[in-house]
Design a protein around this ligand. Structure first.
Ligand code: ADQ
Length: 483
């Protein structure tokens, strides 16, 4: 499979186009330790030498400078800027994570909105554009990631940047009835039309975007997701993200011999099975509902008591945000209730850790688990589902329980699909998984394995960049109805 960079070489006749990745947070090489976050993980798998990665450093303070701070590692250049305290609050805490994140996960009840935060969001996008422009070359291909940066292309275009700019949304996209609940949503939607390519994980999200574009902006797309807005062609594509399954599978096999995995196995005496959940600590991940489902299993099918232990690894995230602090307190309470109710002196049903774990160790944990429980209430894709499949032992694979509201459910149809709001359904799926015969486990796993090895991180990258590099003079653009 060609790397991102070699692919760019093939598609550009003139010169080697440099790839410029822009995301809110930049995973700086100087930051050690495990990362919990799908974007960082997926792009790290696909990153190649020569790339420039630009974004926020993660620092926020009273004094900020406009000149990006530049560092390099493994032939990749990382350029970052700091945010002021005010920018951090308005752009990151309030608008990106207090308005857009809940909205895009269908949680209108959690969506806050203040005009000053929206203004702060636009201002930071303009500042990103100003700083990035100083680093750009005319033939760079610019690939922007996620909801923090919807207006970045518009800000770059205002500065005269004519490069090809693509955008990929890692969350779901919502239909017009929901999007319109956000004040000034039409401004955001118009800004998205300043990109040349706009990518989504699933057909459903792309369809929702195109419906918004039609209903709110009056533009009509062709069957391939192409439309014209104010004279500019835009191409909405479907490009499901994946992982590097070979590497993850190798990690899982290696780490099966590690101290951590040995200790984990030793903590499961006799025939006791392990169920595992691994998530960022986020209300979209449905952790309380998942734990209720496990409690229903223990309550309604007592034969599983002492026979299964649930390990939940929930890396703390966005701790400055009130909704996340409340979630943490709620989960502490739910876990305490369940363990108080069902524990025996030599068995604790639910083990709950709120920190990140090294990826290699996680891979070994996944391999040791008979059940992978991935039940978000909404999720753009969910890479943990794919990692769990990649980590399994082909001879004795475990069973994936997957929310039908994760983007991954579109592909991974041989998993046990559940409604994550239904604790009885989760309990039933756990029972089915715990009693499933090896032949059925193998059949399901083989089908899932093929899919995980098909849509990998490099394939995702290759598809997106081939559209970004090659769409330029697509014949369809000329036939589209102008708006
Ligand atoms: P996330 O919401 O961060 O990503 P996800 O896709 O599950 O969700 O990726 C999480 C990544 O972080 C996985 O690689 C996982 O192994 C790792 N991780 C999670 N918890 C961890 C822990 N405790 N310790 C160590 N590592 C941990 C967003 C969207 C998703 C979308 C991705 C990629 O919300 O829907 O799949 O981007 O597009």
């Amino acid at each position: 499979m060609p790397s991102c960079v070699s692919l760019l070489d093939q598609n550009r006749e003139d010169a080697v186009a440099r790839l410029v990745i822009v995301s809110n947070r930049v995973p700086l090489p100087s930051e050690r330790g495990p990362r919990a976050g799908g974007l960082a993980v997926a792009l790290a798998d696909a990153l190649r030498p020569g790339t420039l990665w630009f974004g926020w450093s993660g620092r926020h303070s009273g004094t900020v400078t406009q000149t990006p701070y530049v560092q390099s590692a493994d032939s990749v250049t990382y350029a970052t800027i700091d945010l002021s305290e005010h920018e951090y609050r308005t752009f990151y805490v309030h608008f990106s994570n207090g308005s857009l994140w809940p909205l895009l996960h269908f949680r209108l009840g959690l969506m806050g909105y203040r005009g000053e935060d929206f203004d702060g969001y636009l201002a930071v996008n303009r500042r990103f554009a100003d700083a990035l422009k100083t680093l750009l070359r005319p033939d760079d291909l610019i690939w922007v990631h996620d909801y923090h940066l919807f207006p970045l292309a518009e800000a770059l275009r205002e500065l005269g940047v004519a490069n090809r700019i693509g955008f990929f949304l890692h969350t779901p996209f919502v239909p017009p009835a929901l999007l319109q609940a956000l004040p000034r949503a039409d401004h955001l939607l118009q800004a998205m039309c300043a990109y040349d390519v706009v990518g989504f994980h699933t057909r459903t999200y792309r369809q929702a975007f195109l419906e918004c574009v039609t209903e709110m902006l009056g533009a009509r797309a062709d069957h391939d997701g192409r439309f014209l807005y104010r004279g500019r062609p835009v191409h909405a594509i479907v490009d499901p993200i994946g992982i590097d399954p070979d590497r993850f599978a190798a990690n899982a096999e290696d780490s099966a011999r590690s101290m951590e995995v040995r200790l984990l196995r030793e903590s499961l005496p006799g025939s006791r099975s392990l169920a595992i959940g691994v998530d960022r600590l986020d209300y979209s991940k449905g952790l309380a509902n998942r734990f209720e489902g496990f409690a229903r299993l223990l309550a309604t099918r007592p034969e599983h008591r002492r026979q299964v232990s649930f390990l939940q690894v929930a890396a703390r995230s966005r701790e400055d945000i009130g909704d996340y602090q409340r979630l943490r307190r709620e989960l502490d309470r739910v876990v305490g209730d369940i363990n108080g109710r069902f524990s025996e002196f030599d068995w604790v049903p639910l083990r709950y850790m709120t920190r990140a774990v090294r990826r290699t160790t996680l891979a070994g944990f996944f391999r040791a688990a008979r059940l992978g429980v991935v039940t978000p209430l909404r999720d753009g894709m969910n890479l943990v589902a794919k990692e769990y499949i990649a980590a399994q032992d082909p001879v004795d694979p475990g069973v994936l329980i997957l929310s039908r509201f994760a983007g991954a459910a579109d592909e991974l149809t041989e998993a046990l699909l559940v409604n994550p709001y239904d604790s009885d359904a989760i309990a039933d799926a756990m029972h089915t998984a715990l009693t499933m015969q090896p032949v059925e486990r193998q059949e399901r796993w083989r089908a899932l394995r093929d899919k995980v090895w098909q849509n990998t991180a490099s394939h995702y990258c290759e598809v997106f960049l081939s559209h970004l590099a090659a769409d330029e003079v697509h014949p369809h653009s000329r036939r589209l109805r102008a708006v």
